[in-house]
Write a protein that binds this ligand. Structure first.
Ligand code: TXA
Ligand code: MG
Length: 325
């Protein structure tokens, strides 16, 4: 079991211990507003190697580097005017920008998987305080075994990675619940949505005044190397757009109305009784894990609108339901 420190009850201790472990070249699990991250010093190759090893993650899949301020981000990446405008509008927050890596940046090539670009995000809250105190960017993928469901609580991190890491900072439930939206600006008229996420695409389009280019489903894996078709996979199989429940299945529904055969369900979860997508995103990974733990062979999930945050929710559900390699 990892050591747990509650960041609200013991902020000083949490900060000191995390900095000590990060400086020793080891990863620490930290809360962010989207999901928990497994963080390490982005300039230390041995520390980054520990992240890949702990998650069982392929090393061709680059990590997001987290910054404490825009000034710090500018030391590591080259900003174009649109990316700068997005940063001003949405950072700190659930948005990652893919930008050219500065040649003089000390971010190690293991964090960027050798690419000439780097994924950068300014997280909200305690993570930002920690980065400021360490004085270096933190490379941090989601704190889960590669291919599994992301962690939105310290308990999720403990269950998945607790045997492999020293410290988990406990910041309660992650408020957004899905990972950051990943954006790459190619030119004034070509801005790509590489991963839908916690920042709704409409809001981005409102700021930049052009439509985001979405990847064709098949090419998504190439644009953001981590976007493999099968991801977020629970142990049980996943059946989407369900209108009824079969014996032995668990049910995840969206909204109060009864679903045919509901009495057959091994367990029932409601992402949002009032059909609120923000609430549904915050509950998504927790309920997938609980449904998986219910012993069901299949998790049946009712349709969820793909507007607003529904785009990110449906993206994660499609990957959870994809055939496993
Ligand atoms: O909300 C989040 O983004 C969370 C928290 C911890 O910040 N992090 C997260 O990291 O979701 P991860 O590693 O699970 O997903 C990062 C994604 C991967 O799909 C990776 O391929 C992509 O970002 N990525 C990172 N750097 C990239 C780059 N230079 N070019 C294209 N894609 C990149
Ligand atoms: Mg992940």
């Amino acid at each position: 079991m990892a050591r747990h420190i509650d960041i609200e009850e013991q902020p000083g201790e949490a900060l000191e211990e995390a900095v000590r472990i990060l400086k020793a070249g080891l990863p620490v699990a930290i809360p962010t507003e989207t999901v928990y991250g497994l963080a390490a010093d982005a300039t230390n190759p041995a520390a980054i190697a520990r992240i890949y090893e702990t998650k069982g993650r392929p090393q061709f899949n680059p990590l997001i580097c987290h910054m404490a301020s825009v000034a710090m981000a500018e030391q590591h990446a080259v900003f174009d005017p649109i990316s700068r405008r997005l940063a001003a509008a949405f950072w700190p927050g659930p948005m990652t920008l893919i930008l050219p890596l500065r040649q003089d940046s000390p971010i190690h090539s293991l964090a960027t998987a050798g690419l000439e670009t780097v994924g950068i995000r300014l997280p909200k809250g305690f993570a930002s305080v920690l980065i400021e105190k360490l004085g270096k960017p933190l490379a941090a993928p989601s704190a889960n075994s590669s291919g599994k469901i992301s962690s939105t609580s310290a308990a999720h991190v403990e269950a998945d990675l607790g045997q492999k890491i020293d410290l988990i900072l406990d910041g309660g439930s992650a408020p957004v619940g899905v990972e950051s939206t990943i954006i790459k600006v190619e030119s004034d008229s070509s801005v790509r949505l590489l991963r839908p996420g916690g920042l709704v695409a409409d809001e981005i389009e409102r700021v930049i005044g052009v439509k985001l280019i979405r990847p064709a489903a098949a090419s998504a894996a190439i644009e953001a190397p981590g976007m493999l078709a099968s991801h977020y996979a629970p142990g049980a199989s996943v059946r989407l757009k369900a209108s009824s429940v079969q014996k032995g299945e668990a049910l995840i529904r969206f909204g109060r109305q009864a679903v045919e055969g509901e009495a057959n369900a091994v367990a029932v979860f409601d992402l949002s009784p009032s059909r609120n997508l923000t609430e549904a995103a915050a509950n998504l990974f927790d309920y997938l894990k609980l449904a998986d733990a219910s012993g069901a062979n299949t998790i049946a999930i009712t349709p969820i609108p793909s507007t607003g945050l529904g785009e990110a929710i449906n993206d994660r559900l499609e990957r959870a339901a994809a055939p496993r390699s």
